[in-house]
Ligand binder design. Structure first.
Ligand code: GLU
Length: 448
């Protein structure tokens, strides 16, 4: 079955899973030159195999809210591929979570994790539970109930979940406690644990910092640097605020962050004091809009950040947040670089538009791989029961992001995707990630 036939099959079989189809098509359309050069991939039906997860585990979560009422949610773990290591990927708690979203995220995770060069397969999990407005007691009860189900399917050598949207250090700690309670095992079954009880230094910062390290490499490839650049960031979660922090540390000026309620604009840029304030505000689930009373700036209710002029965009909120109209605005406003802090924040049309206008574009699976890379470092620290310093992890993260950049750029060149100095990072990253997984699968024969 050719790649195009495989796409048709996915479209027919999973017509109701648009995000998954979108993610599959993006990979399919960019790996053709690699596939053509490796007839064994076709013989072993690698693509056809990789678009079907090893398994999708679904379960029900019963829990009690503060009023003592029984609540019922749905949960899943998509174990996509363990060709390169234990299934690895975050857990998302958000009302939009469904099988399509988790399959797209799990599929992306296979190649993202492969790109890090560290031994991890790909997976993703989550629930349609909405953490918004829930008390700490409710969050704790839900996390316990979620792990009561999930623990049967995960372990440090089988499948290692972590955080994602709606799941941070607090949730990971609750889930870890339940896992430990049920299995009596203290190990690296989850990453993103608190520092001091198994967590790695820098895991919290890693995704956002990593995205900016990736950008530094993209800019260097064009003989440019972060210094003095104006940056638009979307989102105000962990990825966004740490991307803003690192960009600011490197001499860029970040003028926007946003959330589901609107965009916060500060012409003078978010310095460390402002970023610390934003982190605290978000931690306490308080409105971003309060910022204006403390520091000035402007709050644009129900608007996105892309109407402002800038050099660099780091969309870090959620999938498909940037549509073609937003991409047009970015180009009109002078954006020259886009690095995806979130997973698939640009629609397929938006990607086409920015690439057509030669905006240097880094897909999430390359640009935001820093988070899962430090998760892998957490796993290895848990195994040897020794912990590295912040500086040691930071050095590793920088080296990993540079390596991802360089491998993607090299593959873009090697497979004829670089056009007059314009690097096709999407094709390059997909080719490198896919090749690593495909070569392992060929070596295994037809198992997995
Ligand atoms: N959820 C993050 C991601 O999208 C991190 C996954 C992990 O650390 O396992 O890559």
């Amino acid at each position: 079955m050719s790649i195009s036939q495989a796409i048709e099959k996915v479209e027919a079989r999973y017509a109701h899973q648009p995000e998954f189809i979108q993610a599959v098509k993006e990979v399919a359309l960019t790996i053709a030159p690699l596939y053509d050069a490796h007839p064994e991939y076709e013989t072993f039906k690698i693509f056809e195999r990789l678009i079907e997860p090893d398994r999708v585990i679904g379960f029900r979560i019963n829990w009690e809210n503060d009023k003592g009422e029984v609540q019922v949610n749905r949960g899943w773990r998509v174990q996509f591929s363990n060709a390169l290591g234990p299934y690895k990927g975050g857990v998302r708690f958000h009302p939009t979570v469904n099988q399509s979203v988790l399959k797209f995220l799990g599929f992306e995770q296979i190649f993202k994790n492969a790109l890090t060069g560290l031994p991890m397969g790909g997976g993703k999990g989550g629930s349609d539970f909405d953490p918004k407005g829930k008390t700490d007691n409710e969050i704790r009860r839900f996390c316990y109930a979620f792990m009561r189900e999930l623990h049967q399917y995960v372990s440090k050598d089988i499948d290692v979940p972590a955080g994602d949207i709606g799941v941070g250090g607090r949730e990971v700690s609750y889930m870890f406690a339940m896992y430990k309670n049920l299995t009596h095992e203290y190990g690296g079954v989850l990453t993103g644990k608190g520092v001091g009880f198994g967590g790695s230094l820098m895991r919290t910062e890693a995704t956002g910092y990593g995205a900016v390290y990736f950008l530094e490499n993209m800019l260097a490839a064009q003989n440019d640097s972060m210094e003095g650049k104006t940056v638009l960031v979307s989102g105000a979660g962990n990825v966004s605020l740490h991307a803003a922090e690192k960009a600011n540390m490197l001499g860029a000026k970040v003028i926007t962050v946003s959330d589901s309620q609107g965009t916060l604009y500060d012409e003078s840029g978010f310095d460390q004091e402002k970023i610390d304030w934003l982190k605290k505000q978000k931690e306490q689930s308080k409105p971003l809009a309060d910022y204006v009373e403390v520091f000035g700036g402007e709050w644009l209710a129900k608007q996105k950040p892309w109407k402002f002029k800038g050099d660099i965009a780091i969309p870090s909120a959620t999938q498909n947040e940037v549509d073609e109209d937003d991409a047009k605005l970015m180009v009109e406003n002078g954006i020259k670089y886009v690095a995806e802090g979130a997973n698939m924040p640009l629609t397929a049309e938006a990607v086409d538009y920015v690439c057509l206008h030669r905006v240097h574009y880094a897909p999430g699976k390359a640009a935001n791989a820093g988070g899962v890379a430090v998760s892998a470092l957490e796993m290895s620290q848990n195994s040897v029961r020794q912990y590295k310093t912040f500086e040691q992890i930071d050095e590793r993260l920088k080296a990993i992001m540079k390596n991802i950049h360089d491998c993607a750029a090299e593959a873009s060149e090697k497979y004829g995707q670089t056009d007059n100095g314009y690097i096709n990072y999407m094709a390059g990253a997909n080719i490198v990630g896919f090749k690593r997984v495909a070569d392992a699968l060929v070596a295994y024969g037809i198992l997995n």
